[in-house]
Write a protein that binds this ligand. Structure first.
Ligand code: ADP
Ligand code: MG
Length: 266
């Protein structure tokens, strides 16, 4: 039987939609009812203190953590999670594999395979998960390395790269699956200040290209310069959200005022 034809998606439709997400670890309630909508082609910056639940929220989006309740919808497809809290599971493994192919994830700690060259890292998922032809993938991977400025490192191993180069390789790898949306979890926070700039430049380039992105960052300068929407998470809830001008220029919440003042004067 043929599956029904997909409805064409309207321009500016949400690429990520989350409703009333809850997640606890034992007695610790980390996400306490988070709802958000990220529009296609836009950059959403997620800010908040350490421990506020930012990474947990990102990990619930690609189901590295299973939410206790609430829904996650990626490009119009709602991920089915079943079972009681504590025994949650995805209903359909094939669905989760498909949805993950639309999510380019970049972590704080690079997470490259150390036993593979940079090019090998980039080709792994497109060839072995997406089953795309190796020669075509290789050509695209080299283009991505060129885009992030490390084409000359294609045959190097991750340990031969600086932290900034490793993170740019990780970004190129995420781009190679041709994701609908990029998820970044503090991509510059493990880097020395002098290496952060080269990664920030790549992230800005992707924003300029109109890529959909959800970016967790401690870098308020970066958030200000590229975000279309800023979300401040506080103790597992969205405390404030809006445009850069609203959130940084006309801050309403006292907690956000305190957070921003601490971020500016660490
Ligand atoms: P953030 O990224 O904003 O710093 P996290 O989402 O990493 O916050 O963590 C939020 C809270 O959840 C923290 O108190 C953290 O210790 C806790 N936490 C995160 N992951 C787990 C886990 N797998 N098991 C138990 N506690 C966790
Ligand atoms: Mg985190």
């Amino acid at each position: 039987m043929q599956s029904p034809a997909k409805e064409p998606r309207a321009a500016g439709a949400p690429i990520i939609e989350i409703t009333d997400l809850h997640k606890s670890f034992g007695p610790l309630e980390v996400l306490r009812g988070v709802s958000l909508s990220a529009a296609e082609g836009k950059v959403v910056a997620l800010i908040g203190s350490s421990g506020s639940g930012k990474s947990t929220l990102l990990r619930c989006i690609n189901m590295l953590e299973l939410p206790d309740s609430g829904t996650v919808t990626i490009a119009g497809e709602t991920i089915e999670v079943v079972g009681k809290p504590g025994a949650r599971r995805v209903a359909d493994e094939a669905q989760i594999r498909r949805v993950r192919c639309g999510l380019g994830m970049v972590f704080q700690s690079f997470n490259l395979w150390s036993h593979m060259t940079v090019l090998g890292n980039l080709m792994e998922a497109p060839v072995h998960v997406q089953k795309r032809p190796a020669e075509q993938v290789r050509a695209e991977a080299l283009q991505m390395l060129d885009k992030v400025g490390i084409l000359n490192k294609a045959d190097a191993y991750p340990s031969q790269l600086s932290g900034g180069q490793q993170q740019r390789a990780a970004i190129a790898r995420a781009l190679c699956i041709n994701p609908a949306v990029m998820l970044f979890d503090e991509p510059t926070s493990a880097l020395d200040p002098e290496l952060q700039g080269e990664v920030v430049r790549v992230i800005k380039l992707l924003a300029d290209e109109g890529r959909s992105m959800l970016l967790v960052t401690h870098d308020m300068g970066l958030a200000r310069s590229i975000a279309d929407q800023v979300i401040f998470l506080h103790q597992g809830r969205i405390e404030e959200q809006g445009s850069v001008d609203e959130v940084f220029g006309a801050t309403r919440s006292e907690r956000l005022k305190q957070f921003l003042s601490a971020a500016n004067h660490p």
